[in-house]
Write a protein that binds this ligand. Structure first.
Ligand SMILES: Nc1ncnc2c1ncn2[C@@H]1O[C@H](COP(=O)(O)OP(=O)(O)OP(=O)(O)O)[C@@H](O)[C@H]1O
Length: 234
């Protein structure tokens, strides 16, 4: 197993307030790691530190052994980020958005190649040329996944990807994530969705007030057991 993501005593403080306290964890290629925790527990802070959007106060975040810093392009090229609401151009179609954002990342693909990324992300062919303005949240997310694939990102970070998705869209999203992980992509997501975390995650972390309190393997736990542990913890 190769370690793709590593946090070593990773800490973020704001004056007196500690948003993330000495997080140490290693995540392997092909894992789906789900981070649970109440609002304000430090999940987004953790993601933002890996993305290089924030500078660590102490400790470090590494991607494939390279330390993340806000100005290190090397780590940014290995990752993609899918926020809760994927920001795309409403007047462009799905395929035009993908073309635009993949060019921005330095890639130039044929129409056929762009369509292949969209199909792999689960977006039906008939939707490729429709305006983004008419897309559901789940469809926007699929374009976000296609952008991540077009960038050839090894790691995909996601913030609350299933919030606001209907059960069918959630199931589709879960299936796509599992497929990507089976191909070796690493997925790190912050979520409030306990059922889905058990369903798709390889491991689940539970955070409380900036600290990672539990890391659970999903193999041996039911959603009810995880919920009990979560409620006891937070
Ligand atoms: N710029 C900042 N200045 C001061 N405190 C901040 C700043 N950014 C975040 N925080 C605090 O850090 C803590 C952790 O926030 P974070 O966004 O990581 O939580 P979260 O677990 O992602 O919550 P949610 O589920 O609501 O997204 C919160 O208490 C938040 O108010």
């Amino acid at each position: 197993m190769s370690i793709v993501l590593e946090a070593v005593q990773l800490t973020k403080t704001y004056q007196q307030y500690t948003a993330l306290r000495e997080l140490s964890i290693s995540i392997n290629a092909g894992e789906i790691f789900c981070l649970l925790g109440q609002n304000g527990a430090g999940k987004t802070t953790t993601i933002n530190l890996f993305l290089g959007f924030l500078a660590a106060s102490s400790g470090k975040a590494l991607i494939k052994g390279v330390e993340v810093t806000p100005d290190n392009a090397a780590t940014k090229n290995m990752i993609a980020y899918i926020p809760e609401v994927v920001q795309l151009y409403g007047n462009l179609s799905g395929i035009e958005n993908l073309d635009f954002f993949s060019r921005l990342a330095g890639f130039k693909y044929s129409t056929e190649e762009l369509a292949t990324f969209l199909n792999k992300a689960g977006l039906q062919t008939e939707a490729h040329n429709k305006r983004l303005g008419a897309y559901s949240k789940g469809m926007r997310q699929k374009v976000g996944i296609a952008i991540a694939l077009s960038k050839n990102a090894d790691v995909i970070f996601m913030d609350e990807p299933t919030s606001g998705l209907d059960p069918k869209a959630t199931a589709e999203f879960t299936a796509i994530c599992k497929e990507l992980a089976a191909e070796g992509k690493t997925i790190f997501m912050a979520t409030h969705d306990i059922f889905n975390a058990v369903n798709m995650g390889s491991r689940i972390g539970i955070m409380k007030q900036g600290s990672l309190v539990h890391v659970v393997n999903t193999g041996g736990i039911t959603a009810n057991e995880l919920q009990e542990l979560y409620l006891e913890t937070i």
